[in-house]
Write a protein that binds this ligand. Structure first.
Ligand SMILES: Nc1nc2c(ncn2[C@@H]2O[C@H](COP(=O)(O)OP(=O)(O)O)[C@@H](O)[C@H]2O)c(=O)[nH]1
Ligand SMILES: [Mg+2]
Length: 358
């Protein structure tokens, strides 16, 4: 699962990317548009930490999620153009983290002339809408040509035309495509277009160094779902270069509990509808990622296709039950460890031992 980091030039995308991944991407280079970077990060999870404490495994492996630094989305309001490469990269992402500049820094060029988070956010949204509109119009033109011909798929084309016209209307009214009511088959019909305004999204407010202790959240951002995450990307990026101890000391000094990067990673995971389950096998504790609604057999398949094919049953204990019992043995004594079949819908936080035939 990949999250694309987008925003107007100089809003701090690369700083956010570096803060999230610990990478050292080039910064501040105006028009360094086409340099795309990918990074895999561990998803922080208190439950995994607690399980590691309880089980003392030799090795603990967290769930991961991928971030991509996507440069090149300019605002036509500032006389710039979107790069096709940026849009294509974003279409390949499963969700997006939209970065909005809130920090004042006279040395950093301001694309819209001044620091104005709401205007910047709206300008970015407009670019996403326009990118979708281009696809919609191109496709509608092609359909209009084809429906006049006696092609066998005429009925399907007409159906698509109806949906796309609704989409065009929504975009023209500056609403994202999520505002369009679509049936399952209609959603499927449009899936290959990978519309940007259909993607789950998270907003990051890139605040200044002096604002981290109590970051200002403009009123207009307060209603966003999920709530926007304030973050001082530059500071957090610099903190990534410190040893963990020094970092913790720095945070404590500033009266901060945790870095915002952890929240961003966690929120990205959630906005994608992802869940974690845990396994403890051969002294290795591991978190695995599944989509909500995955059954036990499908979850086994995340680990190995052989486990899915040979699935017999799953021994399951919920994290909360296990934490309360304090050990697997005690959880079992309390009857909290259940046997589940292949259709069991795995819950977030389940600790699972799979039984399968080889
Ligand atoms: N003062 C300050 N500067 C920042 C912050 N975040 C980014 N910058 C600076 O803004 C410039 C643009 O950041 P960059 O990450 O390259 O933006 P991008 O174009 O969106 O990738 C760089 O010079 C950064 O050092 C911040 O939180 N505070
Ligand atoms: Mg950049």
């Amino acid at each position: 699962m990949r999250v694309g980091i987008v925003g107007l030039p100089q809003c701090g995308k690369t700083a956010v990317f570096n803060a999230l991944t610990g990478a050292h991407g080039d910064m501040g280079v105006y028009h360094a548009a086409e340099r795309l970077s990918l990074g895999v990060v561990s998803v922080p999870d208190d439950r995994l930490d607690a399980l590691a404490q309880m089980l003392s495994p030799k090795e603990t492996v967290a769930a991961t999620i991928e971030f991509e630094d996507i440069g090149g989305v300019f605002s036509h309001l500032a006389g710039g153009e979107r790069s096709g490469q940026a849009v294509a990269a974003l279409r390949d992402c499963d969700a997006m983290a939209m970065v909005v500049r809130c920090f004042e820094a006279p040395s950093v060029f301001e694309i819209l002339g001044e620091v104005d988070p709401l205007r910047e956010y709206n300008a970015l949204n407009q670019e996403l809408l326009l990118a979708d509109l281009e696809v919609i119009e191109k496709r509608l033109d092609a359909i209009e040509r084809d429906v006049r011909k006696p092609v066998p798929e005429r009925d399907a084309l007409k159906q698509e035309q109806v949906v796309l016209e609704q989409c065009r209307l929504a975009v023209e009214q500056e609403e994202g495509l999520r505002a369009v009511q679509m049936t399952g088959p209609e959603q499927k019909m449009l899936r290959s277009y990978a519309f940007l305004t259909l993607k789950p999204r998270l907003c990051i407010l890139n605040v200044g160094e002096g604002q981290v202790a109590s970051p200002p959240v403009p009123d207009e951002f307060k209603g966003l779902d999920p709530p926007p995450v304030p973050m001082c990307a530059k500071l957090e990026m610099e903190l990534m270069d410190l040893e963990e101890e020094d970092r913790a000391a720095f945070l404590a000094d500033g009266g901060l509990m945790e870095m915002a990067s952890g929240k961003v990673i966690r929120a990205s995971y959630d906005v994608l509808g992802l869940r974690s389950f845990f396994t403890h096998v051969s002294d290795k504790l591991r978190a695995w990622t599944i989509q909500g609604g995955t059954d036990a057999k499908g979850a086994a398949g995340k680990i190995h296709t052989d486990m899915e094919k040979g699935f017999i049953r799953a021994e399951v204990v919920g994290f909360a039950d296990l934490a309360e019992a304090g050990s697997i043995k005690e959880a079992r004594a309390r009857g909290k460890v259940r046997m589940e079949g292949k259709d069991y819908e795995v819950r977030d936080g389940d600790v699972i031992t799979f039984h399968f035939s080889r």
